[in-house]
Design a protein around this ligand. Structure first.
Ligand code: FES
Length: 252
């Protein structure tokens, strides 16, 4: 092993991998790199999967690794990953986790050839992340609004028109000044809310009421009756019953 790499390791960073096939692919890339680079190579995940990036970096530091070259494998590479990772490093260090210095490089294509090309440039391509260079953020108001409308943007809901529904909600929220009326309503897109076969699905808090199979007319009723008058719209709502449900027949 070349001595200048003795305190340097490579971290293969993916977004998430819990199924067998993506895990096997990560392990194959890890072995390829370990053989060609002659330095420690570990895998880590930014979302679901173990180890997390934090755990992987802490583990490397404990083993005396001074520099971690992180290869970002999530495609397409999001430039926001640089500030996001830098802030995470700062937070983890402030919480008392000593970490190696981190250098980041994106993999632009997820195949063996792209990995080989990246390896050839590995000594000069990565950007060093600088947690000490982060300026404190400006202040923000904590919203006083008590209501939230979550609009599911999972695949089945998008296929059922969730984006159009979202646009209608946002336009009405603006037109009717919903943030400032009643308990005040804010809205947010979410990942899957659960009952995908009832798409499109929204959920209104603080009651947690599920509404499903909505169109714009239905949403107008939810706005008028639930968000503004505080009465859930029972004929559009779906309650947890412990059994599978289908959409109720539509009115003509
Ligand atoms: S995708 Fe919307 S509820 Fe699952």
């Amino acid at each position: 092993m070349p001595t200048r790499h003795a305190q340097e390791a490579i971290v293969l960073l993916a977004r998430s991998a819990i199924a067998a096939a993506p895990l096997q692919e990560m392990e194959r890339f890890r072995k390829l790199l370990a053989e060609s680079q002659g330095r420690d190579v570990v895998v880590a995940f930014t979302e679901q999967g173990r180890p997390s990036l934090r755990d992987a970096l802490v583990g490397l530091h404990r083993r005396g690794i001074a520099t971690a070259v992180v290869i970002a494998m999530a495609l397409p590479f999001e430039p926001s990953m640089v500030p996001s990772l830098t802030r995470s490093l700062k937070r983890w260090s402030a919480a008392g986790s000593p970490l190696p210095t981190v250098r980041l490089v994106p993999l632009l294509q997820r195949d063996d050839a792209a990995l080989a090309a990246l390896c050839a440039a590995l000594d000069h391509a990565p950007v060093q992340l600088d947690p000490d260079g982060i300026k404190p953020a400006e202040g923000s108001l904590v919203p006083a609004q008590k209501r939230r409308v979550l609009v599911c943007m999972g695949g089945p809901c998008v296929a059922a028109g969730a984006e159009t529904l979202w646009g209608h909600l946002r336009n009405e929220q603006d037109r009717l000044k919903l943030r400032a009326r009643g308990d005040g309503t804010m809205s947010a897109k979410t990942s899957c809310l659960g009952p995908c076969n009832l798409a499109p699905v929204i959920q209104v808090w603080p009651e947690g009421t599920y509404y499903a199979g909505l169109d714009e007319h239905d949403l107008d009723r939810v706005i008028a009756e639930h968000l503004l008058a505080g009465r859930p719209v029972n004929d559009l709502a779906y309650e947890a019953t412990g059994a599978k449900q289908v959409l109720r027949p539509r009115r003509l």
